[in-house]
Design a protein around this ligand. Structure first.
Ligand code: SAM
Length: 285
């Protein structure tokens, strides 16, 4: 099927995350046919376009000018021009510029068409061996240690697979913070330089991964996705230590039925597992 571009349409085009052969046939055709390409970094994208022998004019759209430029680009679309949006690598808007342009274009009734392709988070998840039916993409963690630890703490009980982008010079600190906040034993994966010469996908628990990255400085280079297994579901009827302590104290003064009901109220849990535990503790269970 040959792609024709339509007037007044904004195409959001994914580009490769390393291996240039991952560009789709449709992406090539759209990039060659549109009136102009909005690119995160025109010099960087210029190299890709040159390799693809595409000479469509480019216009820089990055996080610093996007809010100002979006209305101007939408006006061009309204006069019937077709535009493509690309970022340095992968899918635009995924930890990349483009949100304001797409939002504004849609608000003005412009048709926005995806030309899908690579994204590092999906590529990493697809080879990680971690559960992929439900996952959370967290983008980049905060650069400052305290803010990073705070963010990780809010994710400690998240049961879905966690996906992060990380800069190479922060990967070790992030893994150490993850081990502290999410647990040293939590299974995780480092996916580095995907589709490139030094592609590496390594899994271990968080403490082991941090040691591995520390010992091999090559693992602190290039582009990195970190994936962490979700928190294990709490046992539905588990009784925590504090509830057990309260139950035991109350059992010294009250019949088990009352002690377990009261302990459940005080500790904020269910009566039944406390009652069953009480039976065991009193040698009746
Ligand atoms: N828009 C891109 C996408 O769809 O994946 C992401 C752009 S974001 C600014 C760049 C980050 O993506 C890198 O710091 C790294 O975390 C991740 N990344 C990009 N390419 C990668 C690759 N080839 N291997 C591993 N991670 C990659």
């Amino acid at each position: 099927m040959t792609t024709t571009v339509e007037a007044g349409v904004l195409y959001v085009v994914a580009t490769p995350i390393g291996n240039v052969d991952d560009i789709s046939q449709r992406a090539r055709e759209v990039l060659a046919a549109v009136d102009a390409i909005a690119a995160e970094d025109t010099r960087h994208s210029g190299r890709l376009l040159q390799q693809l022998q595409i000479d469509t004019p480019t216009r820089a759209l990055h996080e610093h000018n996007e809010r100002n430029l979006a209305p101007k680009l939408v006006k061009r679309l309204q006069t019937g021009e077709s535009l493509a949006l690309i970022s340095d690598a992968g899918t635009p808007l995924i930890s990349d510029p483009g949100f304001h342009l797409v939002k504004h274009a849609r608000e003005q009734g412009i048709r926005v068409v995806p030309v899908p392709g690579a994204s590092a988070m999906v590529a990493a998840l697809s080879v990680s061996g971690l559960p992929s039916d439900r996952f959370v993409f967290e983008g980049f963690l905060p650069a400052k240690t305290s803010a990073r630890q705070k963010r990780l703490t809010t994710l400690a009980n998240e049961s879905r697979t966690l996906i992060f982008y990380e800069a190479p010079h922060r990967v070790l600190d992030s893994l150490r913070d993850m081990a502290t906040t999410l647990g040293e034993q939590r299974h995780a994966v480092v996916a580095r330089e995907l589709t490139k010469t030094f592609e590496t996908v390594h899994d271990a628990n968080l403490a082991e991964l941090a040691d591995w990255v520390q010992q091999d400085s090559n693992q602190q280079k290039g582009e990195i996705v970190l994936l962490v297994a979700g928190a294990p579901a709490p046992e539905p009827d588990a009784v925590d230590g504090e509830a057990q302590r309260i139950l035991q104290l109350l059992m010294e003064e009250l019949p088990l039925s009352q002690a377990s009901a009261l302990a459940a109220k005080i500790a904020g849990g269910k009566k039944k597992p406390l009652y069953q535990l009480g039976l065991v503790l009193s040698g009746e269970g």
